[in-house]
Design a binder for this molecule. Structure first.
Ligand SMILES: [Zn+2]
Length: 271
């Protein structure tokens, strides 16, 4: 079985002490590839180093690099960080720009000043993606209509993945129409995530990809009650597959093959 973890923060310090062991374990459970995703400029060096390190090790997933400036950290972004992002796109083999988008989960991000800064950074990063002909990895929280409006206004045509999808069926369909796949995390292991199960059943396996979003979004089965927050790792990706297979009513192997193909299409890769 070949699995693609389409959204990881496997570069963060949570993994510094055992990254190689986890990467080897992930490979053993079928994770053949993963995307390392950016969120703030101050971490770009470590993001790139981790990417290079992973691709130098044997018997670990193939790493793909996607630098970007995350909307949740909008207060920390500076215009010089966009220049740095462009340099990274020029110097390194990047698979996508990410994660980018809009996030109004926090009240303060709804305020006109910060929300328009989020929109500016999203617009500029979409322009960069177009210039370098890359798909984008979208982060959208409580801002689906505004995100769709910007994608349409830009006529963005390189598609990508709407990661950790939290919208409804209509929003998922609108993103699919614009060339995006829908990213499913360990949230699918939660039977109470009714809206997500509805979305998945309505749109079908051909439009889905899976992700761990590690170190966050730990599948229910892997959460322990002895820790405040259980670290998620790429090793847990098969649990996402398993729950998703139950939800869409497909055998695991059939679904895994479809998801692998979808990931290659979304990231414009050939294996
Ligand atoms: Zn993320």
């Amino acid at each position: 079985m070949q699995l693609f973890d389409t959204h990881t923060h496997f570069d963060v310090a949570d993994f510094d002490h055992d990254r190689q062991q986890l990467a080897m374990q992930a490979k053993r459970v079928g994770v053949d590839a993963l995307v390392l995703i950016g969120f703030i400029e101050s971490r770009f060096d470590e993001l790139i180093q981790t990417h290079q390190q992973l691709n130098a090790w044997e018997n670990v997933p193939q790493s793909y690099l996607a630098p970007g400036l995350h909307p949740f950290y909008i207060e920390q972004h500076h215009s010089s960080h966009l220049q740095r992002l462009e340099q990274v796109l020029q110097q390194y083999d990047c698979v996508a720009v990410g994660e980018i988008g809009l996030d109004t989960f926090l009240k303060q991000h709804k305020q006109p000043e910060l929300f328009s800064k989020q929109q500016d950074y999203f617009n500029t990063q979409l322009e960069l993606a177009t210039q370098y002909q890359k798909p984008v990895l979208l982060h959208i929280r409580k801002a689906h209509a505004e995100t769709l409006a910007i994608l349409k206004a830009q006529k963005f045509k390189f598609g990508g993945i709407a990661h950790a999808f939290s919208g409804g069926v209509e929003e998922a369909k609108a993103l699919i129409k614009l060339g995006f796949k829908i990213g499913i995390t360990g949230q699918i292991t939660n039977p109470n995530a009714k809206k997500l199960h509805q979305v998945v059943q309505a749109i079908g396996a051909e439009h889905l990809v899976i992700e761990t979003d590690c170190p966050d979004m730990t599948p229910l089965c892997c959460q322990t009650f002895t820790e405040h927050r259980t670290r998620n790792t790429p090793v847990n990706l098969p649990y996402v597959l398993e729950s998703l297979a139950q939800t869409v009513g497909l055998p695991k192997q059939t679904l895994a093959d479809q998801l692998w193909q979808n990931s290659l299409v979304a990231l414009d890769l050939k294996f």
